[in-house]
Design a protein around this ligand. Sequence first.
Ligand SMILES: C=CC1=C(C)c2cc3[nH]c(cc4nc(cc5[nH]c(cc1n2)c(C)c5CCC(=O)O)C(CCC(=O)O)=C4C)c(C)c3C=C
Ligand SMILES: [Fe+2]
Ligand SMILES: [Fe+2]
Length: 359
Amino acid sequence: MLYFSGLNRRAVKKGVLLVNLGSPDSPTAKDVKPYLDEFLMDERVIDVNPVLRNIVVRGIILNTRPKKSAEAYSKIWWDEGSPLIVISERFAEKVQKHTELPVALGMRYGSNTIKEGLQELKDKGVDEVFLVPLYPHYAMSSYETVVVKALEVQQQDFPEMHLTTLPAFYSNPDYIKILSKSIAEGLKGFDYDHILFSYHGIPERHIRKSDPTKFHCQLNGECCKTNSVAHHTCYRHQCYDTTELVKKELGLPEDKVSTSFQSRLGSDPWLQPFTDKEFERLGHEGIKKLAVITPAFVSDCLETLEEIAMEGKEQFQEAGGGDYIHVPCLNDRDDWAELMAKWINTWAEKAILPEYHIR
Ligand SMILES: C=CC1=C(C)c2cc3[nH]c(cc4nc(cc5[nH]c(cc1n2)c(C)c5CCC(=O)O)C(CCC(=O)O)=C4C)c(C)c3C=C
Ligand SMILES: [Fe+2]
Ligand SMILES: [Fe+2]
């Protein structure tokens, strides 16, 4: 479909690039190593000076982590490949059914790169791209690095292209409705004692670095309750907001819901409370039936299928807990693909981005 842009009424062709994190090519240490190298050498993931990052990543982490990670990936790998990649492909195909704009998929790390995704769009004549980082929340190690990489690639290889980016949608009312519906379906028939919302963790330092005011984010929980421009880029605030909005949408009892942060790496202070410690606490406190929700991820992946659905269950039960479920991510649900297409079509027709509320 052709659209006209600006005063000169230049015909532009619009298209969409969905971007997810990426996975290794196979669940072997040989393939996990180069993938982790690219991931952890990203200055927005391990944000220390380049010399130190090289020592920490290549001199320390990559000596042991690939083998351990490969074992974890082996437990969740599908016949078709990495769950994250397969689910993202299925999602992109479904979105394509609901929009006339060409939809391409790229990964931030590993194979199926952002460059390949943009090339696919270019081959279809696209010069106006709607960039969709597949993360509900803003973090420099997830959303921001996708945007920066896409802009770098655009400037270097596709100077004629123009990118518009979908904002973090953690509080978008339509998104919250669909997320809540998926949770309600996942909880059906499970008479829970407690629901834990577990988000991917990040170092506390990242929150301070992303604070444009440089004084708002105090990491004490109180800052997140006062309205601030800092919340556009405060991952902690946005995660708590998603929990609150779902709690409200589903009318969940206040005392049966909590929020925690998983997957920490290294010894720096990371966002707390930690999910694994929460499993122990809840088990010790006599919680018998626990449901875990993982809204930092739109697709199930290593962090949900292995760390939460497998390891988490063991940790909770070892601490005295009983029945345990992990509610799947949105994955390729029809309503989620339709919502993404609605955002895309609204942008294409009216140049309007979806509504979200900063509080
Ligand atoms: C400093 C380390 C890391 C930061 C910061 C980080 C932030 C972050 N990550 C995701 C989403 C995912 N991470 C995944 C895997 C993963 N993450 C890290 C490290 C950091 N992540 C590592 C080392 C790994 C690899 C696996 C391992 O060795 O444990 C995945 C799963 C990928 C898959 O193939 O399934 C996702 C998804 C977000 C959203 C985020 C910041 C908010
Ligand atoms: Fe991660
Ligand atoms: Fe805050």
